[in-house]
Ligand binder design. Structure first.
Ligand SMILES: *Cc1c(COP(=O)(O)O)cnc(C)c1O
Length: 387
């Protein structure tokens, strides 16, 4: 049996994979089993922040693997402590809880908000408000948080205590707050899975003011937008927000599983002994990887992300077959005349790997993709959209 046949036979059928078997790669180029090369404009959904098998990233993890690959959270390890310190120094947050994925980072954020609200405002204060068209994960609680009905259909009952409003609709939030106690509001600044849609700025600012005035925990989900992806370390920084809780994952460890929930001053002491835990969370190899990644997301790198982004916006705006370009930094959505899946399929033939998000073609190249490779991919994408 080929690997594709074996996978189809034995791996749970949750993924509609493209008929491509990737065997290796370097930087922004990946190679399939037949030796065909592709420019990687998806990065494992924004995970391989500095591309495939990056040298510096490899050195960081192999050095740690040679020391200790895992300890339980019963003991201290250096990478975990130093990564938490770095995240706090660079965001102004006060505490970090480590997990293994975006969904888990959001679960922790929700637990923090629920406990804070219960202690401060009573047991009937638990509702978490999210935005329609959001995506917060696949566990039953983060599905409840995800404001897209089609993800819910076959899995009810979901965790209760969630409500959703439209991005931009402050009145809906105010009305909801008159009917029930609200513990937290959770937003993405750019709805990634929802179609690469930045939320309106004035709305985000008013939302923050409302949360602050009513002692509601503001959670920003930076799982997709975080770690340099949008041109700042976290996307909320471009919105001028100061969230109480920030969750992140995807690109944080450059390709190893790591989630982080950062907790600001207001809720910094909410989690105590036994309130939460994770066997793998804070794994030293994953944390060493993230320390290496974070150390490279400096002003120069971020300026590069913004320059590459501007280049892409300029190249795609008004191009034939492209009706709109949305997003921030190197998280870009193309509203195309032809259906997005058709374009992505054609581009596989042309040697470019892209993503979709709702009806958009979604592009998330490595933060350090060389300009020549980016230009080559952009030309092929433009041709696929036009022809
Ligand atoms: C991908 C994603 C998640 C879920 O992350 P997993 O690691 O797949 O659990 C949550 N929120 C956002 C915004 C995401 O893009």
């Amino acid at each position: 049996m080929s690997i594709i046949e074996t996978d189809k036979k034995y791996v749970a059928g949750t993924y509609n994979r493209f008929p491509v078997e990737i065997v290796s790669g370097k930087g922004s180029v990946v190679t399939d089993i037949d030796g065909k090369q592709y420019i990687d404009m998806g990065c494992g959904i924004g995970v391989t922040a500095f591309g495939i098998a990056d040298d510096e990233w490899q050195r960081a993890i192999t050095a740690q693997i040679g020391k200790v690959q895992h300890m339980s959270n019963l003991y201290y390890t250096e990478p975990c402590a130093l990564l938490a310190e770095q995240l706090c120094l660079r965001t102004g947050m006060k505490k970090v809880f480590f997990s293994n994925s975006g969904a888990e980072a959001n679960e922790c954020a929700i637990k923090v908000a629920r406990k804070y609200a219960a202690e401060k405002h009573g047991a009937d204060c638990y509702t978490v408000v999210t935005l329609n068209n959001s995506f917060h994960g696949r566990t039953l609680t983060t599905l409840a948080a995800t404001g897209q009905e089609h993800y819910h259909e076959l899995f009810r009952p979901l965790t209760p205590g969630f409500a959703s409003i439209d991005a931009g609709d402050m009145d809906a939030l105010v009305q909801l707050a008159e009917r029930e106690k609200i513990a937290a509001v959770m937003i993405e600044c750019v709805q990634g899975e929802g179609g690469v849609l930045p939320i309106p700025r004035e709305f985000a600012v008013r939302l923050e003011q409302f949360c602050r005035a009513n002692d509601i925990i503001l959670i920003v989900d930076e799982v997709q937008t975080g770690n340099g992806r949008t041109g700042t370390l976290y996307s909320y920084m471009q919105y001028g927000l100061q969230p109480d809780v920030v969750s992140t994952a995807k690109g944080l460890a450059g390709g190893l599983p790591l989630g982080a929930t950062m907790i600001g001053e207001k809720a910094q002491n909410v989690l105590g002994f036994g309130d939460h835990g994770s066997t793998f969370g804070g794994n030293p190899v994953c944390c060493a990887a993230a320390l290496s990644i974070l150390s490279r997301i400096d002003d120069e790198l971020l300026a590069g992300v913004r320059a590459k982004s501007e280049f892409m916006f300029r190249a795609f705006s008004g191009a034939k077959g492209i009706n709109a370009v949305t997003g921030m930094g190197l998280l870009i959505g193309l509203k195309t005349e032809k259906p997005a899946p058709e374009i992505v399929n054609r581009l596989i033939g042309d040697g470019v790997l892209c993503l979709t998000a709702k009806d958009k073609v979604r592009l998330m190249p490595a933060l350090n993709i060389p300009d020549e490779l980016l230009a080559a991919a952009v030309e092929k994408i433009k041709a696929a959209c036009a022809g």
